[in-house]
Design a binder for this molecule. Structure first.
Ligand SMILES: CC(C)(COP(=O)(O)OP(=O)(O)OC[C@H]1O[C@@H](n2cnc3c(N)ncnc32)[C@H](O)[C@@H]1OP(=O)(O)O)[C@@H](O)C(=O)NCCC(=O)NCCS
Length: 295
């Protein structure tokens, strides 16, 4: 059947994400993992990304069905691939490459990157052809709330009511530690009731921040130094009240201090992801990425 690539319309998002669930579970089954069951109803964060970057959201169609989906974000000179999924029946036919070409953007100094599953060599391989290589492993780590081993208080104080000045501070810090700031997401997250955002201070001065999803994900987190980042995460573990009684975090293994701290706090490894890029940029000593579609 003829495959046609077209810009994604808002109403294509839900069917595209249903196709993603099929592709994801097919990959999980093939690699001996349990399939994941989740409902696709309200795509708040995806709708937000679509509103900022709709020109780099594309679908591949076979007749009336969406069989491929790609979405990329641009934040300054950061190009980031949030999603690329092809329906299992249509994989290996060049559709992934075609969609990637549609959403690819180039300008002087542009850095291209993404996070993907360490267990899908085809995905890692296709990105290599676009110049992006695995630069850091990102184990997904999880801890049951009742098994958490909390460290003694770090001396940081936390605030949850954020001011405009706090958000400006986060954006300024992120341009240093993340490489590129992304005020669009902070504007969205600040109003999004699915998350809580914390600012941490020492002696009245801001030293870090973190965000916790009600579903239990801690991401992103950042701090002015490596030592403070571990303290920020330690205090976040104390403050987080997830609905699902467990916490998750994706810890860049370049940050050995944080990685060891999380293991000692009761976190266990669940899966391995990879950060791929054509140039290194986040300072993983001071930054824990946002969810993998945004980083
Ligand atoms: C990964 C995925 C998006 C690729 O799309 P696709 O349409 O199947 O791939 P294509 O046919 O366009 O291209 C695959 C490319 O990878 C290359 N490739 C495959 N396996 C490889 C390997 N082990 N090492 C190096 N390159 C490899 C192929 O040679 C091909 O490149 P070429 O066209 O230059 O020869 C798709 O298979 C998919 O959705 N997989 C499951 C979900 C997933 O892992 N998504 C990525 C999430 S970020």
């Amino acid at each position: 059947m003829k495959i046609i690539c077209k810009p994604c319309r808002r109403r294509d998002l839900v069917p595209a994400f249903r196709m993603i669930r099929v592709a994801l579970n097919n990959l999980r089954k093939k690699t001996g993992k349990e399939i994941v069951r989740y409902r696709i109803r309200k795509l708040y964060e995806i709708e937000h990304l679509y509103s900022t970057d709709k020109k780099t959201f594309w679908c591949a169609w076979a007749g009336k069905s969406i069989v491929g989906f790609a979405a990329a974000l641009q934040r300054g000179k950061q190009w980031y691939l949030g999603f690329l999924f092809i329906h299992p029946k249509y994989q290996d036919k060049g559709i992934g490459r075609q969609l990637l070409e549609r959403v690819w953007r180039e300008k002087p100094g542009m850095v291209h990157s993404l996070a993907t599953f360490a267990y899908n060599m085809q995905a890692v391989g296709i990105y290599g052809k676009f110049g992006m290589a695995p630069l850091c492993t990102l184990p997904m780590m999880e801890a049951k709330i009742d098994r958490l081993i909390l460290m003694t208080p770090t001396g940081l104080t936390a605030r949850e009511r954020l001011t405009d000045a706090d958000i400006d501070w986060i954006n300024a810090l992120e341009s240093k530690i993340r490489g590129f700031n992304h005020p669009q997401e902070w504007k969205f997250w600040r109003k999004f009731d699915g998350v809580g955002i914390f600012i941490f201070e020492r002696d009245g001065k801001r030293v870090g921040y973190s965000m916790v999803y009600k579903s239990g994900g801690i991401a992103p987190a950042g701090a002015i130094s490596n030592e403070y980042l571990t303290k920020v995460v330690a205090e976040t573990l104390r403050l987080a009240k997830p609905k699902k009684k467990s916490l998750r975090i994706c810890c860049p293994t370049h940050n050995i201090n944080l990685y060891r701290f999380l293991l000692e706090s009761g976190f266990r490894l669940t899966e391995m992801d990879l950060f791929l890029s054509d140039r290194p940029y986040p300072d993983f000593q001071r930054y824990v990425p946002a969810q993998l579609a945004i980083f």
